[in-house]
Design a protein around this ligand. Structure first.
Ligand SMILES: C[S@@+](CC[C@H](N)C(=O)[O-])C[C@H]1O[C@@H](n2cnc3c(N)ncnc32)[C@H](O)[C@@H]1O
Length: 267
């Protein structure tokens, strides 16, 4: 396996070329139409974010978002009156956040390039740490998780999402990139690592996440999965979509969704 820093450079160069979600608009960069189209597309495809994040809970609280990307959720924390801090590995993402806040007359306390594996904040500082679809891209995901726990205040809450390796989308992705190509020895993990977004992407299981956090002194740990737009295989052909709709009738929806959400409170 590549050294952490080499892999992180690859992750950086992938996301610095284009922030997540910005591929769904052709409007001029940094204009209101540009950001509004990104937001509309995001919450149409991933409405579960709104329920999970509870942006209104940020009001008056110190909130850190790890991996802001195109800053759609970041804006929503700001709109809801959070005392807001954000970081991302890329200057491209930080640029989106800065332009977006300025365009809407909103402010963050802090928005800078930084690494989730080495958060530039003191311990026991935040009421809420939020991170959607980020730490599975970082080479040392357990370290990023430990950092999130470190910077949370006792009683502070984390709300995180990582990809689920045992999901309908992950298996369909395997079929597309390995199964249909007769590469039956290739694992789902290997396909995700090589083909899902930035190089080195990982998928976790509910059990693996519970194991990772079990000795960290946490309360109210909730780890579950959400069936998403992606599990309905909307980006695959019709036949695969019909297959997904049949499978979805029989499986436990709490375990086979692509989004694996993690919530806990620090002791
Ligand atoms: C899939 S995007 C998600 C962005 C945003 N949270 C969203 O939901 O649209 C992944 C983001 O994670 C960031 N990222 C990856 N590794 C990181 C790290 N070690 N530290 C900070 N950000 C990281 C990338 O730069 C990218 O912006």
């Amino acid at each position: 396996m590549e050294k952490n820093e080499d892999l992180k450079k690859e992750v950086h160069s992938f996301w610095n070329a284009q922030s997540c979600g910005t591929q769904f608009t052709d409007k001029e960069k940094y204009t209101k139409q540009f950001f509004e189209e990104i937001e509309k597309d995001r919450y149409a495809k991933e409405p579960e974010i709104l329920e999970f994040a509870e942006f209104e809970s940020g009001k008056g609280n110190k909130v850190l978002e790890v991996g802001v990307g195109a800053a759609t959720d970041f804006m929503n924390w700001a709109k809801n009156g959070a005392e807001l801090y954000g970081i991302d590995l890329t200057s491209e993402a930080v640029g989106h956040a800065e332009h977006r806040l300025e365009l809407y007359g909103l402010k963050a306390k802090y928005i800078k390039v930084a690494d989730a594996e080495n958060l530039p904040f003191e311990a026991d500082f935040f009421d809420i740490v939020y991170s959607w679809g980020v730490i599975h891209h970082s080479p040392d995901t357990p370290k990023a998780l430990k950092e999130i726990i470190r910077v949370l205040k006792p009683g502070g809450k984390a709300k995180l999402m990582v990809y689920n390796r045992k999901s309908i989308l992950a298996y369909a992705f395997w079929l597309k990139h390995a199964g249909f190509k007769f590469k039956w020895g290739q694992s789902v993990a290997d396909v995700l690592w090589n083909k899902m977004e930035s190089y080195g992407t990982k998928g976790y299981t509910i059990e693996e996440i519970k194991e990772l956090v079990k000795d960290e002194g946490l309360n109210s740990v909730k780890v579950k999965t959400v069936i998403t737009y992606y599990d309905k295989l909307k980006r695959f052909n019709k036949l695969m979509q019909v297959m997904a709709s049949i499978i979805l009738k029989f499986v436990n929806k709490k375990t086979v969704g692509w989004f694996l959400t993690i919530e806990f409170t620090k002791n």
